[in-house]
Design a protein around this ligand. Structure first.
Ligand SMILES: Cc1cc2nc3c(=O)[nH]c(=O)nc-3n(C[C@H](O)[C@H](O)[C@H](O)COP(=O)(O)OP(=O)(O)OC[C@H]3O[C@@H](n4cnc5c(N)ncnc54)[C@H](O)[C@@H]3O)c2cc1C
Length: 328
């Protein structure tokens, strides 16, 4: 019998598996395909909510606690695996909204300062991570720590005996466990009946090949952003589309993302679009993160619904679920 069964191998599932394993649990992680190919791969890797004042208390708590440990966590994973997640405090230049009464009040209460910049407000403490690299490193790290990863295995339903959950039925075989943590992102409502349904909200992104230093900070304006990677590549995102599990990308969105980048930095007019992709953000209908016990079951936990902020909130979400399981 495995102590803990984690369903889903995105950032949330792998961080949860790491945290449980460090706390001494025997952990098995299942993924319906390969780990790290979905939203956590597709995302931008900004380690902050875009406009924090738009979010509830829990989201801000999870974000700020995660932000406080992210740099050290990435350094540790780099040291343990030799794979660099490219954590970078590039700062975030916000061009809009920072001066509204709601934003000003929030910034004051949260003691968050910015530097004045000719084009807006520069939040120097905001960082980014190169999420596909973080995921690659994290996978190696958890395997080294003893987590058993089983891919191409889809959780189909909870196994219940005499009113108790004893494991999970999959398309391969049954897995028994003392505790089950659901980290199946946008697919969570496909195999579990959740009161607060999880919807897949598609986001499209592009990456531009530019000269390093063309853009030096993350730039945010009108809900869209540009993220400068260390090698000069610029991620530009993103759309928000409630269209089910339709992965297609379209020319119109690609063009509007490119236009956004060029309108803010005219020198990007000749930068080539290297790649264009989409991912499914796990969004609950209520807008809330689902972190805690699932319904009446004492040993089933939800760690999902992170919507636009899962990369950012993963470390603290994993820590809280671990504390709940270990200390009951
Ligand atoms: C375009 C875009 C930009 C984004 N930018 C940012 C950003 O800058 N910062 C930020 O913090 N967040 C960002 N996000 C959001 C972030 O990516 C998500 O919140 C986060 O990745 C969710 O992580 P997850 O592990 O829950 O989901 P996923 O990464 O989608 O992982 C879920 C995993 O569960 C597996 N699974 C599903 N169902 C089953 C099943 N039944 N059995 C077994 N396995 C199953 C899937 O195969 C998948 O591997 C962005 C998202 C998008 C799409």
């Amino acid at each position: 019998m495995s102590d803990c069964l984690v369903i889903g191998g995105g950032i949330i599932g792998m961080m949860t598996a790491r945290s449980l394993s460090l706390a001494g649990a025997k952990v098995t992680l299942l993924d319906q395909q390969q780990c790290a190919l979905e939203s956590s791969w597709a995302g931008g890797g900004i380690i902050s909510p875009l406009y924090p004042w738009r979010y509830d208390k829990l989201i801000n708590e999870l974000s700020s606690a995660s932000q406080a440990v992210y740099g050290q966590l990435c350094a540790q994973i780099f040291e343990d695996t030799g794979l660099d997640p490219e954590y970078l405090k590039s700062g975030l230049l916000m061009m809009d909204e920072f001066g509204t009464p709601k934003a000003s009040a929030w910034l004051k209460t949260h003691h968050l300062n910015y530097e004045n910049h000719p084009r807006g407000a520069l939040f120097t403490q905001i960082a980014q991570v190169r999420n596909p690299r973080l995921l690659k490193a994290l996978k190696v790290d958890i395997i080294n720590k003893g987590v058993v990863i089983i891919e191409q295995t889809k959780a189909e339903q909870l196994l219940i005996k005499a009113g108790q959950v004893i494991g999970v039925k999959t398309n391969q075989q049954d897995y028994l466990a003392d505790h089950i943590v659901v980290c199946s992102g946008a697919w969570s409502s496909q195999w579990l009946k959740l009161k607060d349904e999880i919807l897949p909200i598609k986001g499209q992104m592009i990456v531009l090949k530019a000269e390093p230093s063309a853009v030096s900070h993350i730039v945010l304006d009108q809900g869209r952003y540009i993220i400068p990677r260390k090698d000069g590549r610029l991620l530009v995102g993103s759309s928000m589309q409630n269209v089910g599990f339709d992965r297609s990308t379209d020319q119109q969105t690609r063009q509007s993302l490119q236009d956004f980048a060029v309108s803010r930095f005219s020198q990007l007019a000749k930068a080539k679009v290297e790649h264009h992709w989409s991912g499914f953000r796990p969004a609950s209908r209520s807008g809330k993160v689902m972190l805690g016990r699932f319904g009446k079951f004492e040993n089933v936990y939800l760690n999902t619904g992170h919507f636009r902020n899962g990369l950012n909130m993963a470390p603290e979400s994993a820590k809280r679920i671990t504390q709940l399981i270990i200390h009951q």
